[in-house]
Design a protein around this ligand. Structure first.
Ligand code: S3P
Length: 455
């Protein structure tokens, strides 16, 4: 079997991607495993007792960062195949002090969830990330973890990485989070595994619930009351076999592509359709999208289905409030859909987009406007006047995977060639993105460094 380290440091070299319009999208595809669930599977597998086997793991850079952090703390992880992991868990008290700084790369989920785990450890650790991650707010996690009893130092009094943590001896708290954030909620629930009493996290709106579902799957049911979720610290977690569904956030790019490219019809197999993730389906259907779900089932506590999509004429809409956390990562691609819809689309209450991998309100407005779309930036969202013909040219990803993929899909609709620069970031969440688009019939070529290759 291949040892874990064999592919943990990615050596991709893709630097730009060129897309041509005109081809319809047809056929079926499987998107890679869910990123959020893959992180949590590695974390709980590492903290459980026994062997956890994961099928459908996302071998994207973000999730590999989480896995590498646990190997640095003594967990044995093997990858017999890129999407299959075998984790020999150390149990709740078995992690070892890492000898070096833990590097989260571009991954906010790695950093925030690891903060929760590390806060429970009676040893010293340091977490850092790439320049984008070092600009993202961590105080929302630092502050409640300090209240639980962890010692955390960092730039801006603990608001930004690098962060140094000495944990252990935690107390349960009741945290009322002012924002709906699954990363904050999950960090505190993970810290709660090591606390001496109940930890309760309450949020203003429902955020994704993968941590709650997976803890339940590992034998630890949580108490839910309205928008509050409570965890009693367990004696132990038991290893489990896990099957991870395809990532709805990755499927979203193909769903919108098939809706917008005329005469397309695709089916995406085995996609995760957890209702705390599929707000985009609700919005697209209200805009007139022809999307159907079939073969609905459950995999390791998560709902899964096949998604059928047929090209549709869309109408503008208004999106805000409790729907926002249910489609937060899909707003860039929703904004592209809105440029092709009839009438105006208003996206509001989405200020969290400003602190993602890029300031997504600014980057979406800037790049879509350069494509010829009519987009106005608002403090907490976007206003888009639809029905515009997009123009191909050269566009920048701003180092943000979801912006890179949104621009690539825009290229299927724009006149002429669309080139997207700086697309290495796509590897964080969707390895094989260009190849899948080609498989469905799109004309996409990627430039690997100075070498041009047709994918
Ligand atoms: C994630 C939660 C979301 C999302 C991110 C992944 C997770 O962030 O944007 O891509 O896996 O918990 P917030 O919870 O901070 O909104």
């Amino acid at each position: 079997m291949k040892p874990w380290g064999a592919f943990s440091e990615d050596s991709h070299g893709v630097s730009s991607l060129t897309v041509l319009p005109g081809n319809t999208l047809k056929g079926e595809a499987k998107v890679p495993g869910d990123k959020s669930i893959s992180h949590r599977a590695v974390i709980l597998g590492s903290l459980a007792e026994g062997l956890t086997e994961i099928q459908g793991f996302l071998p994207g850079e973000d999730c590999l960062r989480t896995a590498t952090a646990f190997t640095a703390m003594g967990v044995e992880i093997e990858a017999p195949d890129p999407d299959r992991l075998l984790i020999r868990g150390k149990g709740l008290r078995g992690l070892a002090e890492p000898e070096d700084v833990l590097y989260a790369g571009n991954s906010g989920t790695t950093m925030r969830l690891m903060m929760g785990v590390l806060a429970g450890q009676g040893f010293f650790s340091v977490l850092t990330g790439d320049p984008s991650l070092r600009r993202r707010p961590m105080g929302r996690v630092t502050e409640p973890l300090r209240r639980m009893g962890a010692s955390i130092w960092g730039r801006g009094k603990g608001a930004f990485a690098p962060l140094a943590i000495r944990g252990g001896c935690l107390h349960g708290i009741h945290h009322k989070n002012p924002i709906a954030s699954a990363q904050v909620k999950s960090a505190l629930l993970l810290a709660g595994l090591f606390a001496d009493g109940e930890t309760v996290v309450e949020e203003p709106h429902q955020s994704r619930d993968h941590t709650e579902r997976m803890l339940h799957y590992f034998g630890l049911p949580l108490k839910t009351k309205g928008l509050a979720v409570g965890l009693e610290p367990p004696q132990r977690l038991e290893a489990r076999a896990l099957e991870i569904p395809g990532d709805f956030s990755s499927a979203a790019f193909l769903i919108v592509a098939a809706l917008l490219v005329p005469n397309s019809e695709i089916v995406l197999r085995r996609v995760g359709v957890n209702p705390t993730r599929t707000g985009l389906l609700h919005v697209l259907r209200s805009m007139g999208a022809n999307i159907e779900m079939a073969n609905q089932r459950e995999a390791s506590g998560e709902p899964v289905a096949d998604i059928w999509v047929r090209s549709s004429q869309l109408q503008g809409t208004q999106v805000g409030g409790p729907l926002i956390p249910l489609l937060i990562d899909e707003i860039p691609i929703l904004a592209l859909a809105a440029t092709q819809a009839a009438g105006k689309t208003i996206i509001q209450d989405a200020g969290e987009l400003r602190v993602k991998e890029s300031d997504r309100i600014a980057t979406v407005a800037q790049e879509l406007s350069r494509l010829g779309a009519r987009v106005q930036e608002r403090e907490d969202g976007l206003v888009i006047d639809g029905g515009t013909q997009l123009r191909g040219s050269t566009y920048r990803s701003h180092g943000d995977h979801r912006i890179a993929m949104t621009l690539a899909i825009a290229g299927l609709l724009a006149e002429g060639h669309t080139q997207v620069l700086d697309i290495d970031c796509i590897h964080t969440s969707f390895p094989g993105f260009a190849e899948l688009l080609c498989q469905l019939g799109a004309e996409v070529s990627v430039a690997l460094g100075c070498k041009e290759s047709q994918s």
